[in-house]
Design a protein around this ligand. Structure first.
Ligand code: BTN
Length: 317
């Protein structure tokens, strides 16, 4: 926890009675000027903190933003711990990779209310304005790299299940997109460091479009369209709990027990698609039949059934 988080906790814990800057300064071993600077920074983030004569600071309300201090109290699953991040960062995936390299344990979370160097799949940029939800988690699955293929699907399914728990029913577009009414609601970026027989770490990053901005992105869907008023902290906490639940099933039994749940939510089943790889080369062209126990997309075409491990799916008209 940063000093600012400690100041925030002291303000919250003081309740309606308030707490003086002097007392916070004394407990945290910092100056009163430092306390007032932290209070000003918290107000700039959207916290409402009143200054009341005789009481000191009185905590009134918190913004529902994807900030570690707002997400952590809402998360129920014990997998998640050590919440890092803040109002803005370059990329939560970059931050989590750094933490993983430094030895952060499974379940460490980095969450931010905006990113200025957000990254998407296939080398794309993930534009990450304030009002969205951006987070990454460190996982250390005890499996060989060859078994990690379905992990992106596991995370996407977890996010979908978590969002269902807060009233948003999204579809899954293989491998790891969430959609609302054919528009992209969220995406997953998985990065991994492994040796030949063991995974060192996986960083799973999730970006969710939460509030519809004045100028929405073309092709984007927003949580608020499905559940008006939902906040980013609520969305991140729900997604984290959903991921933890699905990840536990995968760790114990692989993808097979999750296959039906993924297929139920698939927006591709029965659709005519073209699947291409990073270079744009066509890997499969035909009708989506489903996915198999390894999370591969089954596409039936002229040459028979193709099981596709990775790629970009485009719907054919
Ligand atoms: C996609 O291309 O659909 C995946 C997008 C993943 C974006 C998230 S936002 C949090 C994390 N940090 C990043 O830089 N990217 C991921």
């Amino acid at each position: 926890m940063t000093t600012r988080d400690h100041v925030l906790r002291a303000l919250r814990d003081s309740g309606a009675g308030g707490v003086s800057g002097e007392s916070i300064a004394h407990v945290l071993g910092i100056s009163r000027v430092a306390v007032s600077k932290h209070v000003a920074a918290l107000r700039a983030l959207g916290y409402v903190i009143e200054a009341v004569r005789g009481s000191g600071y009185v905590f009134v309300s918190a913004p529902d933003l994807a900030l570690p201090a707002e997400v952590e109290p809402l998360v129920r699953d014990p997998l998640w711990h050590d919440f890092a991040g803040g109002p803005s960062t370059g990329s939560t995936n970059d931050d989590a990779r750094l933490l993983a390299r430094e030895g952060a344990g499974e379940g460490c979370v980095v969450v931010a209310a905006s990113q200025d160097a957000g990254r998407g799949r296939m080398g794309r940029t993930w534009t990450s304005p304030a009002g969205g939800a951006y987070f990454s988690v460190v996982l250390r699955p005890p499996v060989a790299p060859s078994q990690a293929g379905p992990l992106a699907l596991v995370v996407a399914l977890g996010v979908a299940r978590g969002l269902e728990a807060v009233g948003v029913v999204a579809g899954l577009k293989w491998p790891n997109d969430l959609q609302l009414r054919g528009h992209k609601l969220a995406g997953v970026l998985l990065e991994m460091s492994a040796e030949s027989d063991r995974i060192d770490w996986v960083v799973a990053g999730v970006g969710i479009n939460v509030s519809r901005p004045e100028h929405p992105f073309e092709g984007a869907a927003y949580l608020s369209e499905s559940r008006p008023g939902i906040g980013a902290a609520t969305a991140v906490a729900a997604a984290l709990d959903g991921i933890a639940e699905v990840y536990a099933v995968w760790r114990d039994g692989g993808f097979a027990p999750l296959r039906a749940a993924y297929e139920e939510r698939s927006v591709l089943k029965g659709r005519a698609v073209v699947v291409s790889d990073l270079t744009g080369a066509v890997r499969a062209n035909g009708t989506v039949l489903g996915i198999d126990d390894e999370g591969r997309l089954l596409v039936g075409g002229r040459a028979g059934v193709e099981a596709v491990v990775a790629g970009e799916v485009t719907l054919r008209r």
